[in-house]
Design a protein. Structure first.
Length: 124
């Protein structure tokens, strides 16, 4: 069991980690060649990744356990959707920095797992 200060530090680090991930996703999206396929992927990936960060922040400021559970659930869904779009970029072989894509895929998976565990724990 974590102490309050350990929990606060973990939450602070997770906020930073998610923000870094979102910025790197946005950078990847900016670098993708523009065509009808990548326009759709960009739009969806930008929406889902930025929503992940915004909803995580909202969850951290929740006024009740119900509100926290609701926001963290949205966060899990949005992070998982972001992972899906990154997997589509990989599967389609869309031209991008492959090392960056590999990092984003790994980081996305880890973020989804962390957030899903937080949701599970919140459910009790």
């Amino acid at each position: 069991m974590r102490t309050n200060s350990e929990k606060e530090a973990f939450i602070g680090e997770l906020k930073k980690r998610i923000k870094t991930w979102v910025v790197r996703v946005l950078n990847l999206c900016e670098d993708l060649q523009r065509n009808p396929v990548t326009r759709v992927i960009n739009f969806q990936l930008i929406k889902s990744s930025t929503s992940t960060g915004a909803n995580h922040r909202a969850a951290c400021r929740a006024r009740s356990d119900k509100e926290f559970y609701s926001k963290i659930s949205i966060t899990v869904e949005e992070a998982d959707e972001s992972l899906y779009w990154l997997e589509i970029i990989e599967a389609k072989g869309i031209s991008c920095d492959r090392n960056e894509l590999k990092w984003l895929l790994k980081e996305s998976d880890e973020i989804v797992r962390i957030l899903a565990k937080a949701r599970f724990t919140a459910k009790g």
